[in-house]
Design a protein around this ligand. Sequence first.
Ligand SMILES: Nc1ncnc2c1ncn2[C@@H]1O[C@H](COP(=O)(O)OP(=O)(O)O)[C@@H](O)[C@H]1O
Ligand SMILES: [Mg+2]
Length: 383
Amino acid sequence: MAAVAFRNVTKVFGKDVFAVNDLNLEIRDKEFMVLVGPSGCGKTTALRMIAGLEEATGGDIVINDVRVNDVPPKDRDIAMVFQNYALYPHMNVYDNIAFGLRLRELKGFFWQLTHMGDAKQIKQDIDARVREAATMLGIEQLLHRRPKELSGGQRQRVALGRAIVRKPKVFLMDEPLSNLDAKLRIQTRAELIRLHRSLGITTIYVTHDQVEAMTMGQRIAIMKDGILQQCDTPDVVYKSPANRFVAGFIGSPPMNFLGATIREDGGKAVVDTGAFVLPLPASHPAAAMVGKEIVLGIRPEDIYDAAMNNPVATVQGVNTFDAKVDVIEPLGHQYVVYLAAGPHNMLASIDTGTRIKENSPSQFIVNLDAIHLFDKQTEAAIR
Ligand SMILES: Nc1ncnc2c1ncn2[C@@H]1O[C@H](COP(=O)(O)OP(=O)(O)O)[C@@H](O)[C@H]1O
Ligand SMILES: [Mg+2]
C-alpha cells in the first residue's frame, strides 16, 4: 500500500535552475503513473526526490500521508530501475537478482533470524523470491548465465528482477526501456504493464516518449521546464489537452496549429484561418470572442479526403477546405499527407483507399467535433 504525493515541491540547482517548479501531484495507491516531457523538463529530478537521492528545495514529498523529506533513502522502501542499469559482471543472473535482497534483508528483517541460527530458512526464502521473480519475467532458464551472455532485453529484465524481488512499496522507473531496440521496447512495455497488474505496486514511470506514456500510463503527467502542464488519463489528455504544449507533445503525427481569428459571419461565430473558415457552435466560449486572434489545432487524424466515405459526412462550405497535396508518405496502414492550404502547411492521416495525388489540388474535410482552440498569448485551451 503506497500513495505518493508531491506538495508544492520545488528543486533548484545552483542559483536559478528550477528543475522542478512548485509541483503538485498525487499518485494513488497501486496506480501506474507516467511522468512525461522533453529532455531536461525535470522528470528524473522529481523521481530522485521520491527516492531520497535528491533533496527538495521546498515543499513536501509525502508517502502514505507521511512527510518523508527527511527519511533516508534506505528507509523509504522504494525500488528504482534506471535507464543505465548496472549488473554485476562477475555474478550470474541468480546472484544479481538475489544480491540486493541478501544485502537488504540481512541488514534488517532477516538479521534476527540469522542470529537465531536459521540461515537455511533465509536461503530458502530468498531462493523462492528469486525464482518467483525470474518466472514472472521469463528468465528462469538464464539464472546461471553471466550478464555478458545476455541480450540487452534480457539484461534489462534482470535489472527489473532485482527491483521486483524486493517487493517494495513503490517502483520508480527512469526510462528503463530506452536502451532496447524498437521491437523489444514494445514487447517489454506490455510485460511491464502485465507485471504491474499482477503485482499491484504503485509505479511512477518516467519517459520522454509520448507513445510509451499513452500506452502504459493509467494517468500521465506532462511536464515542461519543471512545471506540470496537465495530469489526467491518456484519453482526456489526448482529447482535451490543457494547452498548446500538451496538444503538440501528445499524438503522432503531431497536431497542426494554424493562426486564425474569431469572426462573425451572418450572426454566427466562425474560425477564419485566412485559407478557410470553420463554423463554431454558439455554445463554444470562443464564440463570444469575436475579433480575437487564436490558434486553431487540428489533429492529422481528424482530416479526411472529402471524396471518400468517411465517419464524418462532407458538408460543402461547412467542414470542407481546399489544399494542395505536396507529399504522400506511405505508412502501410495509412498515408501521412503533407498539405498546403493557403499559407498553412498541414499533415493529414489519410486512408490508403484515397485517390489524391502529389502536386495536385484536392478537397479535404475537418471533423468539427474534434477541433481545438488555444489562446494565442497564454496558449491555454479555450473550452
Ligand atoms: N545535479 C544537477 N546539477 C545541476 N543541474 C541539474 C542537475 N540535475 C539536473 N539538472 C538540471 O535540471 C533540469 C532537469 O533535469 P532532469 O530532471 O534530469 O530532466 P529530465 O529527466 O526530464 O531530462 C535540467 O535543466 C538539468 O540540466
Ligand atoms: Mg531524465
